[in-house]
Design a protein. Structure first.
Length: 699
């Protein structure tokens, strides 16, 4: 090796040896094994109810049985107990606060934690999912229960009947919350049994990020009046957040100073501990400081003995009943009024829960079953709907605690369930004196990570402009209008931009590299090998009604427009008083042999510039779908180029697209032998003069 080459990196080369394949030849060589079972046979096989098969199916829906069988006591027990207990300390104050946020009482937040946690332990597949009260679900529930309560109160107006009592209004709210919870459970379980977990892939990260950040603003804003001890008017419909702040600022003279002081102190303590201790030293701590619980306990003790409510007018939680209320059927007589809300809650519960489950499954290398997770989320809500709960989902803070504290199996939920059982039966009443401003501060602080998602916007813009637009539209519409409109806008802009991406995607000419067997763009200077008479065009997207005409226009623009070329040829034929066929022969010969009319040589300067193109190769390697409009456009392209004697070959079409073309009788006018496995097969066949049926051989 020469000295000048000593510093050059070694070059790895790739040599591939195989036959030249047309589409048909490849399918003949590599035959797929046919499925001999008919639909009737498959249904019969699936419906055979043998003992082992029934047992296997039942156990597949009860992952907890597998977890118990394979449980390694010495290895798993410490992590499960520690993580379950740690997450309970965060669950407790949050569940009471979110019960109030949902427009109900703290006890309903406790119920919404106890039952979903227990049910998910049985049906869930991820040891890190802490299902229960969720701020977004609580906020959406609040919108439903307030609307139902307002409608109930309005039904008494204009009559001589006495207005309903607070208990009756609360009963209507609880009934609506239970109905939503029940419907959410039904929707998710049906999706799970129908194996519709694949739908989760259609919820873009940008949409979920923009929406959840907007939801965090709504959640935090709903607690701001409680920080000041001010009661604001409830504004339904679009723009309610803006109107709420207008009403709040107009009543600032009613602020309770003690409430503000309590809120500021709570904010300061919570943020200092969470940021300066829990986040900073999380790698060195076995469990984070349960500051939410400590603040809640401390505030309750001070409030109780200092009599904040009686002395300063500080609003407190109030009565927390102990024990469980006997289960009852959810109120579904007016389900039509909140069925659409329940569907939205189900989709969001699924989106928030499954995204975290997948994230942690990837992080820890523990697989999850999408469809079984749907069943687990559904069952958790379905069962809770009988026990005075509101819709639930997983919450990021609690989930991340389970992940960092070493949870090993879903059995960690036993510790959490036991803790909440004790709270509901005995301890809950001890928190009756906790100030609402403390719980409001906890909720706002818990939204910190969601609100900080705004910091991701520059990075999203840098990575993908379309994702940035989806994020901004979902977020801004959700904040300025309302969350339900934000969902519609987010999904709508996602679909619109998908179509736009297809519309503006540009095909381009490609060719062989001058130094190796690599296809490069046509504008690569000094690196492209000129192949006489052959152009290769890469189709950039699927060929369907929205893209077909644009693809045709791009081909005609970048290769040659056959109609314009034909007009030039016809004009030249008239000018030289010769037939169009003679002009075609002259051009096919490259315009070098001259053209004679009645034995007289026609001047080359008067002859149309010859078209050197003889073959057009369409690289269809990214095409996975074609519709009738796309097929019709392809036929127009082939017909147009046939008029100027240009053969068209296609490469890279998958089997399903070819099957669609066959069903549309495409190959009655286009030879199937002109379909190749890839571009190199076409070039090799043309280079070796392999017998290829060209377009001229088929009418």
């Amino acid at each position: 090796m020469s000295e000048e080459n000593m510093d050059e990196p070694p070059v790895t080369t790739l040599a591939i040896k195989r036959r030249v394949y047309t589409h048909e030849a490849f399918n003949e060589m590599y035959v797929e094994e046919p499925n001999t079972l008919t639909i009737k046979d498959r249904i019969k096989e699936e419906c055979q109810c043998t003992g082992p098969k029934v047992g296997k199916v039942v156990l597949s829906y009860l992952p907890v049985v597998k977890a118990i069988r394979k449980y390694k006591l010495k290895e798993y027990i410490v992590g499960d107990i520690l993580s379950g207990l740690t997450v309970s300390f965060l669950h407790l104050p949050q569940s009471m606060a979110l019960g109030i946020l949902a427009g109900l009482q703290p006890i309903h937040g406790l119920y919404t934690t106890f039952f979903p946690v227990l049910v998910y332990m049985i049906f869930g597949t991820s040891p890190y999912i802490a299902i229960g009260t969720n701020a977004v679900m609580a906020l959406l529930t609040q919108a439903v229960v307030v609307r139902e309560a307002d409608a109930f109160i309005a039904s008494f107006s204009g009559s001589n009947a006495t207005m309903p009592t607070e208990e009756e209004i609360l009963g209507v709210k609880i009934g609506a919350a239970m109905g939503c919870c029940f419907l959410v459970g039904i929707i998710l379980m049906v999706m799970g049994f129908l194996k519709m977990g694949i739908l989760t892939t259609y919820l873009s990260t940008s949409f979920v990020g923009g929406f959840t950040t907007a939801a965090a603003i709504h959640i935090g804003s709903s607690q701001v009046p409680k920080l000041f001890g001010i009661k604001v008017q409830t504004f339904p419909g679009a723009g309610k957040l803006v109107r709420m702040y207008i009403d709040l600022f107009s009543k600032m003279d009613q602020a309770v100073v003690v409430e503000v002081i309590i809120a500021v102190i709570s904010f300061t303590i919570l943020l200092l501990v969470k940021i300066c201790i829990n986040e900073r030293f999380k790698d060195k701590m076995k469990m984070p400081v349960p500051i939410d619980l400590l603040v809640c306990v401390g505030a309750t003790i001070i409030s109780h003995f200092a009599k904040f409510n009686e002395t300063f007018g500080v609003k407190i939680v109030g009565d927390i009943p102990s024990g469980f209320i006997p289960p009852t059927m959810p109120h579904l007589h007016n389900a039509g009024s909140f069925a659409s809300d329940a569907f939205v809650m189900a989709i969001l519960s699924l989106a928030m829960s499954i995204s975290l489950a997948k994230l942690l499954a990837s992080k820890h290398g523990l697989p999850i079953d999408d469809n079984q997770e749907l069943v687990a989320y559904g069952a958790s809500n379905f069962v809770s709907g009988f026990f005075f709960s509101f819709p639930s989902a997983t919450a990021p803070p609690r989930t991340m605690i389970l992940s960092s504290c070493g949870a090993r199996t879903t059995i960690n939920a036993l510790t959490t369930s036991a803790f909440f059982l004790l709270v509901i039966l005995v301890i809950g009443q001890l928190f009756e004196s906790v100030p609402l401003s403390v719980l409001a501060a906890m909720i706002i602080v818990s939204m910190k990570d969601l609100l900080l998602q705004y910091r991701n916007l520059p990075r999203i813009w840098k990575i993908n402009k379309y994702d940035f637009v989806i994020w901004i539209v979902s977020n801004s519409v959700s904040v300025l209008v309302d969350l339900n409109y934000g969902i519609i806008a987010g999904v709508g802009i996602s679909i619109l931009l998908t179509v736009v991406r297809d519309q503006i995607s540009a095909g381009h000419l490609i060719g062989l590299s001058s130094s190796e067997d690599v296809l490069v763009k046509d504008n690569i200077t000094g690196k492209k090998k000129i192949i006489d008479g052959i152009n290769i065009f890469k189709i950039p997207t699927n060929i369907y009604f929205a893209t077909a005409e644009r693809i045709k226009a791009q081909i005609f623009q970048q290769v040659v427009n056959p109609e314009k070329q034909l007009k030039k040829m016809a004009k030249e034929a008239v000018a030289n008083k010769v037939g169009l066929d003679e002009i075609k022969i002259h051009i096919a010969n490259g315009g070098t042999n001259g053209l004679k009319q009645n034995g007289v040589l026609v001047s080359k300067s008067t002859v149309v510039e010859p078209n050197s193109l003889k073959t057009l190769v369409l690289d269809c390697s990214v095409v996975t779908y074609i519709d009738m409009a796309g097929i019709a456009t392809l036929q127009q392209i082939i017909k147009g180029y046939k008029k100027i004697d240009v053969d068209i070959f296609m490469a890279g079409l998958p089997k399903n697209v070819v099957a669609t073309m066959e069903a549309a009788d495409f190959f009655t006018t286009y030879p199937k032998q002109n379909l190749f496995v890839d571009v190199f097969d076409v070039l090799s066949a043309l280079d070796r003069n392999t017998s290829i049926v060209n377009n001229n051989s088929v009418a």
